[in-house]
Design a binder for this molecule. Structure first.
Ligand SMILES: N[C@@H](CCC(=O)N[C@@H](CS)C(=O)NCC(=O)O)C(=O)O
Length: 213
């Protein structure tokens, strides 16, 4: 049985959860607590020496880094619907979108999360938050013209959807502490409608971060 090491609210773990559900792979969910030190036990460090979730073990095979995990699941479990198109060029585009979400969108998102979630409010660097928000706004403008069909890469759900959605959802979550992040104000109609279509996937609710409920 595959074991999925998960942390609530992590956009990187969320993409793996969506992939497991989408492909209907049986798994045991192991929710790790950051504060209880679950990530730095010798047992977990043997799985991920970088002490981060997500990670999986599949028999005697351990893997970390969410993008690599999603690719592994897709290749190792052929039975469920694939998250990467069969066509070489289409597959390359999905990989490109995953990279773009991780390299550009996530970089600005991480800066906002570092401030809003992990820095006491009186120490917030408002200039840094504004700059990161401007970066996200520019990215979202770009993604607005990237929605190729029902889903980001066309008519089928792909790894690109499961990468961008959680990053955007976490950014939205930051509004609870800083309303003027105003994700709606920087999200165009195509991206908004795409988000709703991801949210309509039958297994989506199950993967909503438990501590956000
Ligand atoms: N590049 C990694 C990022 C994973 C990551 O940053 N995980 C965070 C939670 S969002 C974590 O486990 N942090 C705990 C730590 O660094 O000790 C991936 O895609 O899997």
């Amino acid at each position: 049985m595959l074991t999925f090491y998960y942390g609530s609210g992590s956009p990187y773990a969320w993409r793996v959860w969506l992939a497991l559900e989408h492909k209907q792979i049986p798994y045991e969910l192991r929710t790790m607590s950051f504060s209880a030190g679950d990530l730095t036990t010798p047992a977990f460090l043997a799985i991920n020496p970088r002490h981060k979730i997500p990670a999986i073990t599949d028999g005697d095979f351990a893997l970390y880094e969410s993008t690599a995990i999603v690719e592994y699941l897709d290749e190792a479990y052929r039975s469920g619907p694939s998250l990467f198109p069969g066509d070489t060029r289409q597959r390359a585009i999905v990989r490109r979108l995953v990279q773009e979400a991780d390299q550009y969108f996530a970089t600005s998102m991480e800066k906002i999360v570092d401030q809003v979630l992990f820095t006491p409010q009186e120490k917030w660097d408002l200039e840094a938050i504004d700059k990161a928000r401007a970066g996200l706004a520019e990215e979202l403008k770009r993604w607005e013209s990237c929605v190729a069909g029902t889903y980001l890469a066309g008519e089928s759900v792909s790894a690109a959807d499961f990468t961008l959605y959680p990053l955007l959802a976490l950014t939205k979550r930051m509004e609870k502490k800083k309303p003027d992040i105003d994700v709606a104000g920087m999200t165009g109609p195509n991206v908004s409608a795409w988000m709703q279509r991801v949210e309509a996937l039958p297994y989506f609710r199950k993967t909503w971060p438990p501590h956000w409920k």
